[in-house]
Design a protein around this ligand. Structure first.
Ligand SMILES: Nc1nc2c(ncn2[C@@H]2O[C@H](COP(=O)(O)OP(=O)(O)OP(=O)(O)O)[C@@H](O)[C@H]2O)c(=O)[nH]1
Ligand SMILES: [Mg+2]
Ligand SMILES: [Zn+2]
Length: 362
């Protein structure tokens, strides 16, 4: 853990997407629950033990050189590890992004990546506590999560430790409506400027309005994200991509999806299996006329496709005195939700080794 105060390394802020040298002055910020605000702490005044403990639980304000964002804070240890990963969820409204991200983060916390030698912990405790309260807790109670509000930006910052080292991983979830907006200044989609990986989400039986056998299907959220990611880094080079065919519980008894869904989380990484599942999911999307949703596969050098189900079944309305709420009647039973994340971790070197190096290659 860094306790020196020399010049910091170059970092791209996952929140505002500005680049800056990591501030390493002796003053960090600690969140004060009572004041509901960050307050400064001078590390030089603390004993070595308290200093280490304080750093672990403190923040540094992003200098936001472009001066265009509200004040925001990152974990003080954000720059102490390997290269940060920023993983964004991209998909049409109601495609299932929020449920998938919630199920995925929950499962990663429960130790679901251990088989691949990866452990997950919160790097930003405050942010994770909010995510847990607002999403994971509801999901565990069997409640369907509400659609994301336009303009909302949900994030969680984890520390994933794998054979390839420890990396801060920031997850992003915004509304599908914002992802379909062409407005360049749209703040909600700014995370794409910092993204190092994307999980493209396509619901299992959502063939985008294919009218007739040769109609061109459309997936605006995918197209706009691909265009932006390509514009940023020479044709999307270096961006790790996974595609999740979500709500696959609807395909439970249908080959080929059922074969993959019946597998639990994989205990070993097998690039040939991932290639076989990718091929099946590709064929399925083609079959339902969702050609446009296959664009990420063509657009990025490394891409893996997976069948997943966040909830394991359909949400149904429950009537209360004065309102109706959607619940999963049998509770939630996520299936294969870690597969897209595992593929991304292999592509980005968090999971290392010869198998990992082959994941997502054609
Ligand atoms: N059957 C089934 N339904 C799901 C699953 N995941 C999500 N849903 C349903 O799909 C709907 C949309 O899910 P969300 O996760 O809110 O979708 P989103 O992509 O985040 O939507 P926006 O935030 O509006 O862009 C919800 O009503 C869920 O009940 C799943 O794995 N299986
Ligand atoms: Mg959402
Ligand atoms: Zn920032």
């Amino acid at each position: 853990m860094t306790t020196t105060f020399g010049p910091g390394r170059l970092v791209r802020c996952p929140i505002c997407a500005d680049d800056f040298r990591w501030p390493q002055g002796p003053t960090v910020a600690v969140f004060d629950e009572i004041a509901n605000d960050y307050s400064p702490v001078d590390l030089t005044r603390l004993s070595a033990a308290r200093r280490t403990d304080t750093i672990r639980n403190s923040y540094r304000q992003c200098p936001n050189p472009s001066g265009d964002s509200k004040p925001h804070f990152l974990p003080a240890t954000y720059a102490d590890h390997g290269d940060p990963l920023v993983i964004g969820m991209v998909g049409a409204p109601a495609s299932g992004k929020t449920h998938l991200l919630t199920a995925m983060i929950r499962q990663a916390y429960l130790g679901g990546l251990k088989a691949h030698g990866v452990t997950a912990s919160a790097l930003d405790f405050r942010r994770h506590e909010l995510f847990r309260k607002n999403f994971i807790a509801q999901f565990e109670r069997g409640a369907a999560l509400p659609g994301s509000r336009p303009g909302s930006i949900e994030t969680d910052i984890l520390l994933l430790r794998g054979s390839g080292g420890a990396r801060p991983v920031t997850f992003f979830d915004v509304s599908g409506e914002d992802l379909e907006s062409t407005e360049v200044q749209n703040r909600a989609t700014r995370f794409l400027l910092a993204a190092t990986a994307v999980i493209f989400v396509q619901a299992s039986e959502d063939p985008p309005d294919a009218k007739g056998p040769h109609a061109v299907s459309e997936n605006r959220s995918f197209e706009l994200a691909i265009e932006r990611l390509h514009g940023l880094s020479g044709n999307g080079a270096g961006i790790a991509v996974a595609m999740a065919v979500t709500k696959s519980d609807r395909l439970r008894y249908l080959p080929p999806a059922d074969r993959w869904l019946r597998r639990n989380d994989d205990s070993t990484l097998n690039a040939a299996d991932i290639r076989a599942e990718s091929r099946d999911a590709y064929a399925y999307l083609q079959h339902i006329g969702a050609e446009s949703s296959l664009k990420p596969y063509e657009a990025f050098a490394r891409c893996a496709l997976h069948f997943v189900s966040a909830s394991g079944g359909e949400a149904l309305p429950v009537q209360f005195d004065d309102h109706t709420k959607m619940y999963f009647p049998h509770g939630v039973r996520p299936a294969r939700v870690l597969a897209p994340l595992t593929s991304i971790l292999a592509m980005t070197g968090v999971i290392s080794g010869p198998e990992a190096q082959k994941v997502g290659l054609p």
